[in-house]
Design a protein around this ligand. Structure first.
Ligand SMILES: [Zn+2]
Length: 185
Protein backbone atom coordinates (compact mmCIF):
# COMPACT_ATOMS: atom_id res chain seq x y z
CA UNK A 1 0.00 0.00 0.00
CA UNK A 2 1.27 3.45 -0.88
CA UNK A 3 1.34 5.82 2.04
CA UNK A 4 -0.21 9.23 1.67
CA UNK A 5 1.34 12.66 1.49
CA UNK A 6 1.46 14.36 4.92
CA UNK A 7 -1.13 16.96 5.84
CA UNK A 8 0.16 20.35 6.84
CA UNK A 9 -0.36 19.49 10.51
CA UNK A 10 1.46 16.16 10.18
CA UNK A 11 4.36 17.80 8.39
CA UNK A 12 4.49 20.46 11.09
CA UNK A 13 4.67 17.66 13.72
CA UNK A 14 7.51 15.97 11.86
CA UNK A 15 9.66 19.07 11.58
CA UNK A 16 9.06 20.03 15.21
CA UNK A 17 9.60 16.43 16.49
CA UNK A 18 6.21 16.57 18.17
CA UNK A 19 6.05 13.73 20.66
CA UNK A 20 2.32 14.06 21.35
CA UNK A 21 1.37 12.59 17.95
CA UNK A 22 3.72 9.60 18.10
CA UNK A 23 0.78 7.24 18.57
CA UNK A 24 -1.16 8.70 15.64
CA UNK A 25 1.07 7.89 12.68
CA UNK A 26 4.54 7.04 11.44
CA UNK A 27 6.28 8.69 8.54
CA UNK A 28 8.22 6.75 5.95
CA UNK A 29 11.03 8.15 3.83
CA UNK A 30 11.12 6.76 0.30
CA UNK A 31 14.78 7.58 -0.37
CA UNK A 32 16.07 5.53 2.57
CA UNK A 33 13.15 3.11 3.02
CA UNK A 34 13.03 3.87 6.75
CA UNK A 35 9.98 4.74 8.84
CA UNK A 36 10.05 6.95 11.93
CA UNK A 37 8.00 8.32 14.76
CA UNK A 38 7.06 11.99 14.30
CA UNK A 39 9.31 12.82 17.27
CA UNK A 40 12.41 11.21 15.74
CA UNK A 41 15.37 13.56 16.23
CA UNK A 42 16.95 12.54 12.93
CA UNK A 43 17.49 15.06 10.16
CA UNK A 44 14.25 16.30 8.59
CA UNK A 45 13.70 14.52 5.28
CA UNK A 46 12.62 16.18 2.05
CA UNK A 47 8.84 16.51 2.09
CA UNK A 48 8.49 14.96 -1.36
CA UNK A 49 10.03 11.74 -0.01
CA UNK A 50 7.70 11.48 2.99
CA UNK A 51 4.73 9.13 3.14
CA UNK A 52 2.38 8.76 6.08
CA UNK A 53 1.14 5.44 7.47
CA UNK A 54 -1.38 4.92 10.24
CA UNK A 55 0.84 2.33 11.91
CA UNK A 56 4.36 0.99 11.76
CA UNK A 57 3.00 -2.40 10.66
CA UNK A 58 1.46 -0.87 7.55
CA UNK A 59 4.73 0.87 6.75
CA UNK A 60 6.67 -2.38 7.16
CA UNK A 61 4.15 -4.14 4.92
CA UNK A 62 4.83 -1.48 2.31
CA UNK A 63 8.55 -2.29 2.39
CA UNK A 64 9.86 0.18 4.95
CA UNK A 65 12.07 -0.69 7.87
CA UNK A 66 11.78 0.77 11.35
CA UNK A 67 14.29 3.45 12.26
CA UNK A 68 17.10 2.33 14.49
CA UNK A 69 17.05 5.52 16.47
CA UNK A 70 13.38 6.17 17.33
CA UNK A 71 12.22 2.51 17.08
CA UNK A 72 8.61 3.06 15.99
CA UNK A 73 6.32 0.48 17.52
CA UNK A 74 9.14 -0.52 19.84
CA UNK A 75 10.61 -2.61 17.02
CA UNK A 76 14.33 -2.87 17.06
CA UNK A 77 16.01 -3.36 13.74
CA UNK A 78 18.73 -6.03 13.76
CA UNK A 79 22.15 -4.55 13.16
CA UNK A 80 22.80 -6.66 10.11
CA UNK A 81 19.66 -5.28 8.48
CA UNK A 82 20.65 -1.76 9.35
CA UNK A 83 24.03 -2.14 7.70
CA UNK A 84 22.48 -3.91 4.69
CA UNK A 85 20.29 -0.83 4.24
CA UNK A 86 23.39 1.32 4.03
CA UNK A 87 24.95 -0.93 1.42
CA UNK A 88 21.76 -0.91 -0.63
CA UNK A 89 21.79 2.86 -0.43
CA UNK A 90 25.43 3.10 -1.55
CA UNK A 91 24.79 0.60 -4.37
CA UNK A 92 22.36 3.11 -5.89
CA UNK A 93 23.65 6.50 -4.79
CA UNK A 94 27.42 6.02 -5.25
CA UNK A 95 27.53 9.08 -7.52
CA UNK A 96 26.57 11.35 -4.65
CA UNK A 97 28.82 12.92 -2.06
CA UNK A 98 28.49 10.32 0.73
CA UNK A 99 30.40 10.85 3.96
CA UNK A 100 30.20 9.01 7.26
CA UNK A 101 28.33 11.98 8.68
CA UNK A 102 25.88 11.84 5.81
CA UNK A 103 25.23 8.13 6.39
CA UNK A 104 24.82 8.77 10.09
CA UNK A 105 22.23 11.47 9.40
CA UNK A 106 20.45 9.44 6.77
CA UNK A 107 20.43 6.20 8.78
CA UNK A 108 19.88 7.76 12.15
CA UNK A 109 22.87 7.10 14.35
CA UNK A 110 26.02 8.89 15.41
CA UNK A 111 28.97 8.56 13.00
CA UNK A 112 31.04 6.84 15.67
CA UNK A 113 28.36 4.28 16.54
CA UNK A 114 27.58 3.66 12.89
CA UNK A 115 31.20 3.07 11.95
CA UNK A 116 31.70 0.66 14.86
CA UNK A 117 28.52 -1.36 14.27
CA UNK A 118 29.08 -1.46 10.53
CA UNK A 119 32.67 -2.65 10.79
CA UNK A 120 31.64 -5.33 13.27
CA UNK A 121 28.79 -6.57 11.06
CA UNK A 122 30.58 -6.40 7.73
CA UNK A 123 34.29 -6.67 8.46
CA UNK A 124 35.03 -3.54 6.44
CA UNK A 125 34.15 0.14 6.78
CA UNK A 126 31.42 2.06 4.91
CA UNK A 127 34.14 4.04 3.13
CA UNK A 128 35.79 0.86 1.90
CA UNK A 129 32.46 -0.44 0.65
CA UNK A 130 31.72 2.81 -1.18
CA UNK A 131 35.15 2.67 -2.84
CA UNK A 132 34.47 -0.90 -4.02
CA UNK A 133 31.07 0.06 -5.41
CA UNK A 134 32.53 3.05 -7.23
CA UNK A 135 35.37 1.08 -8.77
CA UNK A 136 33.02 -1.73 -9.77
CA UNK A 137 30.86 0.80 -11.59
CA UNK A 138 33.91 2.49 -13.10
CA UNK A 139 34.98 -0.88 -14.56
CA UNK A 140 31.56 -1.27 -16.09
CA UNK A 141 31.74 2.18 -17.67
CA UNK A 142 35.25 1.57 -19.02
CA UNK A 143 34.07 -1.67 -20.58
CA UNK A 144 30.76 -0.47 -21.93
CA UNK A 145 31.22 3.19 -22.88
CA UNK A 146 33.63 5.51 -24.66
CA UNK A 147 33.81 7.93 -21.73
CA UNK A 148 37.19 9.40 -20.84
CA UNK A 149 38.89 8.33 -17.61
CA UNK A 150 38.07 11.71 -16.12
CA UNK A 151 34.39 11.41 -17.02
CA UNK A 152 34.20 7.89 -15.64
CA UNK A 153 35.59 9.23 -12.35
CA UNK A 154 32.92 11.93 -12.25
CA UNK A 155 30.19 9.42 -13.05
CA UNK A 156 31.09 7.28 -10.04
CA UNK A 157 31.44 10.17 -7.63
CA UNK A 158 35.24 10.44 -7.72
CA UNK A 159 35.73 13.97 -8.93
CA UNK A 160 39.44 14.24 -8.27
CA UNK A 161 40.88 12.42 -11.28
CA UNK A 162 44.30 11.64 -9.83
CA UNK A 163 42.64 10.24 -6.71
CA UNK A 164 40.34 8.16 -8.91
CA UNK A 165 43.33 6.77 -10.84
CA UNK A 166 45.21 5.93 -7.62
CA UNK A 167 42.22 4.24 -6.02
CA UNK A 168 41.47 2.30 -9.20
CA UNK A 169 45.06 1.10 -9.39
CA UNK A 170 45.03 0.06 -5.75
CA UNK A 171 41.90 -2.03 -6.13
CA UNK A 172 42.19 -3.34 -9.70
CA UNK A 173 45.98 -3.46 -10.06
CA UNK A 174 46.09 -1.42 -13.24
CA UNK A 175 45.23 2.19 -14.16
CA UNK A 176 41.83 3.00 -15.70
CA UNK A 177 43.55 3.90 -18.97
CA UNK A 178 45.47 0.62 -19.16
CA UNK A 179 42.29 -1.18 -18.21
CA UNK A 180 40.41 0.48 -21.06
CA UNK A 181 43.06 -0.64 -23.56
CA UNK A 182 43.98 -4.08 -22.29
CA UNK A 183 41.04 -5.06 -20.11
CA UNK A 184 41.23 -7.10 -16.99
CA UNK A 185 44.61 -8.58 -16.07
ZN1 LIG B 1 13.62 7.66 13.45
Amino acid sequence: MLGRVPTEIEWESIITNNKTVDKDFVYAVSSTKICCRPSCPSRTPKIENVRIYESVDLAIEAGYRPCKRCKPGGIRLPESEWTDQMNEYMDVHFEDHITLQFLADEFHGSPYHLQRVYKKAKGYTPTEYLQQVRIKNAIKLLEETYLSVEDVGHKVGLHNTSYFITLFKNIVGTTPKQYKIHGRK
